[in-house]
Each structure stands twice: as C-alpha cells, then as structure tokens.
Design a protein around this ligand. Structure first.
Ligand SMILES: [Zn+2]
Length: 405
C-alpha cells in the first residue's frame, strides 16, 4: 500500500513536471508570433475552450491589453497575467507589431497554407496583425499585399544590418575567383566602396555598387574606417581680423573661409582625424604663425582655404601646390574631388608660390573655392549647400590622398 502510494506520488510529480515543461516549451514557441490586442467590450468573458458552451474562467474589462497566441473560428486564445483562455475575436482589436523575415526567401500565401502570392527576402519588415495556428497574417509593403506567412520565419528582433565595406586603394581587377588564375570580370576604380562578402586565401569577396560580385586581392583593399584615423590635419581659414581678404558685394573672404573650415572639421573628426584650426574666430594671424602651427604639429596635411577675385565673370575652383613631390599629390587629390563635389569649373591643380605652402615642411595645399568678384558665384558660395559640398569635396580629396598613405 505504501509502495503503491509512493509510486502514485512519483507518477503525479512526473506528470506535473512533464506538463510544466510542455507548457514552458509552448510559451517559448508562441512568443515568436503572439501579438497584443485590446479589449473593446465593456466586459469580456474568458472561456476554457473556443465556444460559448464552455465554462467562463475569468472576465476582462474594456481597454485591457491581452496577448493573443492563436485565432480560429472567430475565437482567440489569449493570456492576461495568469488568466488564460479563449475570447470571442470580435471583442478584441489587434495591435499590430513589426516582424522581420529570417528565411532567405519566405513564401507569402493567400491563406494559411494557401497558394503562393510571392516571396519576401530575408530581413524584410512586415506588419503582423493576426495569427492562425502557426500562421501569421501580415501586410508586406514591398508587395503592397496582405497575406499569410509561416510564423517560424518571423522574428520580432530587428536584424542587425552589418554591411562591412572595403575601399579599393588603386584601380583594381575584379576577378571571378580568389586567385589571378580566374578571369577578370572588370576593373573597378580606386576609391570605390565595395561590400565585403567574405575572405579566402588572402582574397576578398566583394560586391560592387553596381551589384557585381567578384574577388579582389586583399592588399589592394582597406577598411575605410582606418583611412583618416589618427591623421593630423591643419585647416587654415585664410585671412582674419583686420585682414578681410577679398570682398564680394556682401561677403568678406575671411568670413567664408572660416565657415568652410568649421564645416569641414567635424567631417574629418568623425573619420578619426585630429583637426587643428589655425584660427577658429575672426582673428589675425601672420603667414609665419600659420606655417608654424603646421610644422609644430607635424601635420600629415595642411590646407589653406581661400576665395578668389578677378573679374565679374570669373568662375571655378583651383588648388595650388609648391613642391611637385611633397605637395602636388595632395593638391591634385583635393582639386579633383572638390570639382566633382561642387560642380564648379575645374581650373585644375597648379604650381603657386604662396608663403603658407612654400614654407611648410608638411604636405600642403592652398584651395581657392570660387570667385567673390562674380556676383552670381558669390551668392552661390555663401549658401549652406555650397559650403557643405565644398567641405565634402575637400574631405573626399583627403580621403583619397590618404588611401595609400
Ligand atoms: Zn585669400
């Protein structure tokens, strides 16, 4: 008798344990496709099973938010705190939630298990507003359709969009496979950002901006985040104080050069560069003082910013260097990126005998950012849009210059 009782107890505790672990498992799987809904009746009966014939296990009030796990035949299986059961679906209003596709291509169907209307690629966001067993009713904005998908491939967690990029240091052959024995698909330009897909034997699998997938030799690419990191860059807003520089109808050169420097500084700093301004307010500095700052900081690059004056019809941007070995590569890189970004006439990079470049021990360039003597160009260069384009152009030029340095 004692033995039997113990066995019974053992069996009972085993069953309790079993049902507990089953319900725990069920809750875990349900979490993926449950959704919230609000009670829209004054009082709503919660029943043990889906049907008015079943017993009432609890009551809900208007506005209470329940979790819905399953919907069928006009009934919803819900929980509210520890209260679990079934309610008539018409008395609850679904609160939608956003889900994300985890399958490579998820079938999008007309009904639970119904015909395929289309497919949703991995990472697609959908609005979930209903469930039926293991199926979710979703709205996919990419298809502009409402349909059903399997709940197994929908997660509430927003996928991390970790696209890693590499930048090409030089013009680079993109090959079909990871060695020179594979054919060349095409040649991509230096400075192009490519999506990094993988690595094999020192070769990097990449995807071009145009969508071509191929391989590049590892030493020819670089992590773009490292290019400007730690570079010491001195920005020299030309003129200042009693030296106004050239004058347009409205603007003084010294004001615009400072604006450009202050626009450019955060771009470079966000890329990890250390930026020093020769002046950050309307103050006078001699040319020698400006050069000294560059030399003292051992700048990796010194850029003097200026606006030009000649005739009322002159137009364009240009960059000066002094030394063809020390300065010309920097000036050339800045000039081509600046012209591309501003879309002003490209007057090229040229030799110029300017004190701040000539006396500089560090790579230096002097940039002319447009003509204040031309009233149309004066108006243009004073706009925030132009200032941002000019700053981005110089930034791009510095980025390309440091790509191989
Ligand atoms: Zn000037």
């Amino acid at each position: 008798m004692l033995k039997v009782a113990s066995f019974g107890k053992l069996l009972l505790s085993f069953l309790v344990l079993l049902s507990f672990s089953l319900s725990f498992y069920a809750d875990r799987t349900e979490a993926a496709y449950s959704f919230q809904a609000k009670v829209n009746a004054d009082v709503l009966n919660v029943r043990s099973q889906p049907g008015t014939a079943y017993s009432i296990v609890g009551k809900l009030k208007q506005g209470q938010v329940v979790t819905v796990y399953e919907q069928k035949n006009g009934w919803s299986r819900i929980s509210y705190g520890s209260l679990k059961g079934w309610v008539a679906s018409q008395y609850i209003t679904a609160t939608t939630w956003t889900g994300y596709v985890t399958a490579t291509n998820l079938n999008f169907r007309s009904a639970p298990g119904g015909s395929i209307l289309g497919s949703l690629p991995k990472g697609t966001a959908v609005k979930v507003y209903g469930a039926d067993g293991s199926w979710l009713k979703v709205y996919a904005s990419t298809l502009n359709k409402t349909g059903w998908v399997s709940s197994s491939y929908i997660t509430k967690q927003k996928p991390a969009t970790t696209v890693t990029k590499v930048v090409l240091k030089v013009n680079t052959n993109i090959r079909k496979g990871p060695s020179t024995s594979y054919p060349i698909l095409y040649t991509e330009k230096a400075g192009t950002f490519m999506e990094k897909l993988g690595v094999s034997n020192g070769w990097v699998k990449v995807k071009s901006p145009g969508g071509v997938v191929g391989w590049v030799y590892g030493p020819l690419v670089r992590d773009p985040n490292t290019v400007l990191k730690g570079k010491v860059i001195v920005l020299d807003p030309g003129h200042g104080g009693y030296d106004s520089g050239t004058m347009g109808k409205t603007y003084l050169e010294k004001t615009l050069t400072l604006r450009t420097a202050l626009e450019l500084k955060p771009l470079l700093e966000n890329a990890g560069a250390k930026v020093i301004l020769t002046r950050s307010s309307d103050t006078y500095l001699s040319l020698t003082q400006r050069v000294n700052i560059s030399n003292n900081y051992k700048a990796h690059a010194f850029i003097s910013l200026h606006y030009n004056a000649y005739s009322s019809t002159s137009s364009g941007v240009m960059t000066f260097y002094y030394s063809s070995s020390k300065d010309a590569p920097l000036a050339g890189s800045i000039q081509s990126s600046l012209a591309a970004s501003t879309q002003l006439r490209n007057m090229g990079s040229k030799y110029g005998n300017y004190h701040v470049v000539r006396e500089n021990k560090q790579p230096a360039a002097l940039v002319e950012l447009g003509f204040l003597s031309n009233p149309t160009e004066e108006k243009l260069v004073a706009t925030t849009t132009y200032q941002k384009k000019a700053a981005k152009g110089i930034y791009n030029g510095l980025f390309r210059y440091f790509l191989t340095r």
